[in-house]
Design a protein around this ligand. Structure first.
Ligand code: FE2
Length: 223
């Protein structure tokens, strides 16, 4: 377990820390006071990356899960391009269902929004925190989400429209490992309001690149 716990003087209401989990089970440590990001850098699925690279018609979907029932999600996943024997397709379906069940087990809310999308812009290029309690992110292909430690953030600059007023040390911007499982704390996490992890979409505009991103939120979250 790598950990960094620091006291932050720059408009951050809580001591902040991030954790790199060594196992799936350790992702539950996102609930620890002061932790606002934990990620598990697991082995990649090369078949999924290959499947996505050869599925140009795959645009993504958004599904609501009520009371922990994944039937709608399973129906949506069954419509993914390709056949059951297409390499990587089954692995992607299995993994999305696996991560939804994981998120259901980590937080108590049984109604979720699952969003899987092909992202070609960097609409969220400004560093920000999310107005959620918890969020799961997994980038399956392409550049992954960037984040920054609280110690390198001035929260008074949030909403200014200028990263220069938010980031105090650009050399400390990190990018989540591809296909890692990240749990982010947002600004609505009970008892730690305002301590959401500061992050952004990686710059893509004009690069011709895209990425495939899975995002899972509690249903009442909004950003
Ligand atoms: Fe965000």
């Amino acid at each position: 377990m790598n950990t960094s716990v620091v006291t932050d003087p720059k408009n951050n209401p809580f001591p902040s820390s991030f954790l790199q989990a060594n196992s799936l089970q350790e992702l539950e440590w996102i609930h620890r006071k002061g932790i606002n990001l934990i990620y598990w850098s697991r082995a990649r699925h090369p078949q999924i990356k290959n499947y996505l690279a050869h599925s140009p018609s795959l645009k993504g979907f958004q599904v609501t899960i009520s009371e922990g029932n994944t039937n709608h999600l399973e129906n949506e996943l069954a419509c993914l391009p390709g056949k059951s024997i297409t390499p990587g397709r089954h692995e992607l379906i299995f993994d999305i269902l696996f991560l939804v069940r994981l998120f259901l087990s980590i937080q108590p809310k049984q109604s979720l929004r699952v969003n899987f999308e092909r992202v070609q812009t960097d609409a969220c290029r400004l560093f920000h925190s999310d107005f959620v309690d918890l969020r799961l992110l997994c980038t399956y292909d392409g550049p992954a989400t960037q984040w920054i430690e609280n110690t390198c953030v001035d929260r008074s600059g949030l909403g200014s429209g200028c990263n220069d007023r938010i980031v105090t040390d650009f050399s400390r911007i990190h990018e989540l490992p591809l296909q890692s499982v990240a749990i982010l704390k947002g600004d609505r996490y009970p008892g730690e309001e305002g301590n959401g992890v500061i992050h952004r979409s990686p710059p893509l505009d004009g690069s011709g690149m895209h990425r495939y991103l899975l995002r899972i939120d509690t249903q009442e979250s909004s950003t």
